[in-house]
Design a protein around this ligand. Structure first.
Ligand code: UGA
Ligand code: MN
Length: 362
């Protein structure tokens, strides 16, 4: 650097012989600078390629996207801008986050407990549920995973939603795992209940299985639950619906395809509970009893059918559906050939469910 200061140039003019030697030095230093820079560039390029090929890091495509864009832009990862307006619009969109959380001061919070477990449909189911909840303000989404280890794809996806999320991991006790008809989602819902007990003071608790379909209007109505509210759930049993029977604004019975001596024959997605009401009942719990999880829990709250608050316009609207997703088979692994290596398939292959034990990256 010193060689380029004006005083050095002046010196070089007056002392020619020395300036020639200096010029030689200058060229030598310049060559070295270029060589070192080249080596650095080659090193960086090799580093990013190795990383992408071995995929040794836990990272999803969004993180990978920003990492790749920073290092060596991959043509496949570039947005295909159509015009100036779209370019401006896309530059203002944070591609690393979905919609994000909405919070309105003073509105009672909804504590939504979603039991989930690793399988091919897990990320798709959580995607649908998340995109619904993005349209609802003041939601704390408690995703409780029934698994021996946390799924990185789930944790990463929760972060990407921008919602207020709580991630819990718990396992179904092994004695229930062995039986054919398992009490699904109980251990993880109980973990959610305990989290609410420890962290919430007001608002409303709701159990939202990951595979159901929710109309956001039900969330706005359940937000004002005083004790326990109930509403119809579509696609339950051959009757096509499970709902309280409402007369003159009061719950007078239940319409459900499987009554089975249950006092509250309702679906898990068909009721919501006031957090204060729950906190006043420290012994309330969900039993590990297949088919009786809802009834057992509502009974343990000690509520009378006459005190149930019917929502969805006196249970005349079906705003929750017991959708059941078709089970998908494990994906055939992507063949590593000259056709696939170095393409998007390197990244996509990490997002495919390959059977139990798969650690998905998204
Ligand atoms: C129905 C009810 O909708 C559930 O609320 C109830 O827990 C279940 O029956 C039952 O009685 O066992 P269904 O659609 O038949 O649910 O069951 P799934 O959707 O397979 O499981 C219910 C929830 O538990 C889901 O959110 C699922 O992700 C979760 N689950 C399932 C686990 O956490 N672990 C499992 O091993 C299986
Ligand atoms: Mn289900």
């Amino acid at each position: 650097m010193r060689l380029y200061t004006p005083s050095s140039s002046l010196q070089a003019n007056t002392q020619q012989s020395e300036s020639m030697v200096r010029g030689g030095n200058l060229r030598l230093v310049g060559t070295w600078v270029v060589a070192v820079a080249l080596l650095l560039l080659v090193g960086l390029a090799m580093r990013s390629t190795t990383r992408r090929e071995d995929g040794g890091e836990v990272r999803g495509p969004v993180r990978a996207l920003s990492a790749i864009n920073r290092q060596a832009p991959h043509p496949l990862r570039q947005p295909q801008h159509q015009n100036v307006l779209e370019t401006q619009y896309l530059n203002n969109v944070n591609v690393e986050r979905c919609g994000g959380r909405k919070w309105v001061e003073g509105l009672p919070p909804l504590y939504i407990v979603t039991p989930t477990y690793p399988r091919a449909e897990q990320v798709p189911e959580l995607t649908r549920t998340a995109q619904t909840l993005m349209n609802v303000p003041n939601v704390v989404w408690i995703v409780s995973e029934d698994s021996a280890i946390s799924s990185p794809s789930v944790v990463q996806y929760l972060n990407e939603t921008g919602l207020s999320t709580v991630y819990l991991r718990v396992q179904m006790p092994s004695k229930y795992k062995r039986v054919k008809n398992k009490p699904r989602g109980v251990a993880n819902r109980m973990a959610g209940i305990n989290w609410v007990r420890a962290n919430a003071k007001d608002g409303v608790l709701y159990f939202a299985d990951d595979d159901n379909t929710y109309d956001i209007r039900i969330f706005e109505q359940m937000r004002w639950t005083q004790r326990v509210s109930m509403f119809p759930v579509g696609l339950v049993t051959k009757l096509g619906v499970s709902t309280p029977i409402v007369k003159n604004g009061k719950v007078v019975g239940f319409y459900d395809g499987w009554i089975a001596k249950r006092k509250f024959p309702v679906d898990m997605a068909g009721f919501a509970v006031s957090v204060q009401f729950l906190l006043e009942r420290p012994l309330a719990f969900m039993p590990y009893r297949v088919g009786y999880e809802e009834d057992g829990f509502i009974n343990s709250l000690g509520i009378k059918a006459a005190d149930i608050e019917p929502l969805a316009f006196n249970c005349t609207k079906i705003w929750v559906w017991h959708t059941q997703t078709k089970k998908n088979e494990a994906a055939t692994p992507v063949n590593k050939t000259s056709v696939t290596i170095g393409t998007n398939l390197d990244i996509i292959s990490e997002q495919l469910w390959k059977g139990p034990g798969t650690k998905l990256k998204i």
